[in-house]
Design a protein around this ligand. Structure first.
Ligand code: DX5
Ligand code: ZN
Length: 224
């Protein structure tokens, strides 16, 4: 099932509950929350207290993306705050298998994230123990960037690895996706499609989300 996953990074943080309600009305099933520590990426955003507040404001699946160094320090706190899935960067920890185990033990889905230049090949083993894989299609840290085209080749390689290992894990893509490139992103093999500025910087986030869901369904050739 293809999901369009709004990223709140581009939402209005002074009216977060209103913006979340808009994408709920637009049919969102998941919400993407970008956590940045100013070290792993040159930006600083939110922590567990904001996830806790968002948890009280919505029943959507909360998909927390940790762009932080040594994520093992915080994964449990984000799950306890209400995260349903937590993804950590391959590049941000020495003990990736251990961190994924911590997330699962805390009760959430465990995802691994690759920066654009990190090859899919590094996932050869860990893809067996991850619940999903997030491929960054921009260099992490900011919304509103352009999708890096070669990442679609990585999506295709990961989809082939998934088939070869007979796995069902969702492929998530994050960064620079909008109405015009969405069909190509879906056809490359993505299941969870994060999009922030295309939704929240549009005149009508609810309508934009509906349109993007329609484009994705058409591109996937499925009726749901
Ligand atoms: C960037 C974040 C993305 C970003 C997506 O570091 O991980 O989730 O918010 O925003 P857009 O869709 O505007 O590229
Ligand atoms: Zn993200």
């Amino acid at each position: 099932m293809i999901e369009i996953v709004p990223s709140i990074l581009s939402a209005d943080f002074a009216r977060l509950a209103d913006d979340i309600a808009r994408v709920e009305r637009g049919g969102a099933k998941m919400l993407h929350l970008d956590v940045m520590d100013g070290h792993f990426v040159p930006n600083l955003t939110i922590g567990p207290p904001v996830v806790e507040s968002v948890r009280k404001a919505t029943k959507l699946h909360l998909d927390v993306h940790l762009m932080i160094e040594n994520p093992e320090r915080f994964v449990t706190a984000f799950v306890q705050a209400g995260a349903n899935s937590v993804s950590v960067h391959y590049e941000a920890t020495r003990h990736l298998d251990g961190v994924l185990g911590m997330i699962r033990k805390a009760g959430a889905m465990a995802g691994v994230v690759l920066n654009p230049a990190t090859p899919v090949a590094v996932l050869e083993e860990v893809v067996e123990v991850a619940d999903y894989v997030l491929l960054m299609s921009v260099n992490p840290g900011f919304g509103g960037q352009k999708l890096i085209p070669y990442v679609l080749q990585k999506v295709r390689r990961l989809a082939a690895l998934r088939r070869e290992k007979r796995l069902a894990l969702p492929i998530e893509i994050d960064g620079g996706v909008h109405k015009e490139n969405l069909a190509e992103v879906v056809r490359a093999g993505c299941d969870w499609i994060v999009t922030g500025s295309a939704i929240f910087h549009s005149a009508d986030p609810e309508a934009t989300l509906r349109e993007m869901r329609e484009i994705a369904v058409q591109a996937a050739g499925v009726v749901c």
